[in-house]
Design a protein around this ligand. Structure first.
Ligand code: URA
Ligand code: SF4
Length: 234
């Protein structure tokens, strides 16, 4: 087999290991291989694939990252915020305008909405870490493209492995479909507990959707209560 293909297989297996999956699912490897056949891993520099040791290593790497063109348009990368042993890890899509300016996750209108609901149900700041799939803002909040995602996702993989949360809560369609590896609609994915790669995952609406559809606030709240329930079970 072509050496490049072997490198890709090894890369995918390492990624599975990052995600805490110790059983190899070959049909998934094949599926992932097809999906990332366009990535020339052999051309990526060793530095781009290094195994980070601490959250501080990852912060430094993100702050200095130039792995995709978004570094040219960002004001600040947004690493994520929260305790190092969180109960819940919230994952959004990418920083918006307020986050790009401040370098902090979910500090704009939708972030304030999310934090308001979290506070109302007793999920306190010391219980969650919050980050995004992409660490830099795509211009005009356009959807992230696959090259940007492929370049950035090793950071999230490491954050998941290192923070080892009890529950991962994905916010919105993009993050939910990406983490659960499905094209299913968010209305179907939300409201239930998924188990994937030995992780407990709960998908819910993005708070920006709630700002546009006020009546759905109680649905987001119920999903967040489900997260809390899963944490308490442990
Ligand atoms: N929306 C996101 O998905 N992430 C942020 O950090 C802010 C808004
Ligand atoms: Fe690096 Fe991710 Fe920012 Fe691209 S989006 S420059 S990969 S940190």
């Amino acid at each position: 087999m072509d050496g490049k293909i072997w490198n890709k297989i090894i890369w995918i297996l390492k990624r599975e290991e990052f995600l805490g999956n110790d059983k190899i699912n070959f049909s998934k490897v094949r599926e992932n291989l097809k999906r990332c056949s366009r990535i020339d891993i052999t051309n990526s520099k060793k530095k781009d694939r290094e195994d980070f040791k601490t959250m501080e290593d990852i912060r430094k790497a993100i702050i200095n990252c130039k792995k995709c063109p978004l570094y040219l348009s960002r004001t600040n990368p947004v690493v994520g915020e929260g305790p190092l042993t969180p109960n819940i890890l919230f994952i959004g899509e990418a920083p918006g305008a307020d986050e790009d300016i401040s370098g902090r996750p979910f500090v704009g209108r939708s972030g304030r909405k999310l934090r308001e609901i979290l506070n109302s149900i007793g999920i306190t700041d010391d219980m969650f870490y919050i980050t995004n799939i992409l660490k830099c803002r795509p211009p005009n909040n356009r959807d992230p493209n696959s090259k940007e995602i492929d370049a950035c996702v090793p950071y999230l993989d490491f954050q998941i492995k290192k923070l080892n949360p009890d529950v991962i809560c994905t916010l919105g369609t993009f993050a939910s479909q990406f983490i659960l590896k499905t094209n299913e609609r968010i209305g179907i994915l939300r409201g239930k507990v998924h188990h994937k790669n030995n992780r407990t995952i709960i998908a819910t609406y993005h708070p920006s959707f709630i700002l546009r559809n006020q009546s759905m606030g109680s649905v987001l709240k119920n999903d967040l209560l489900l997260c809390l329930n899963e944490v308490k079970k442990l």
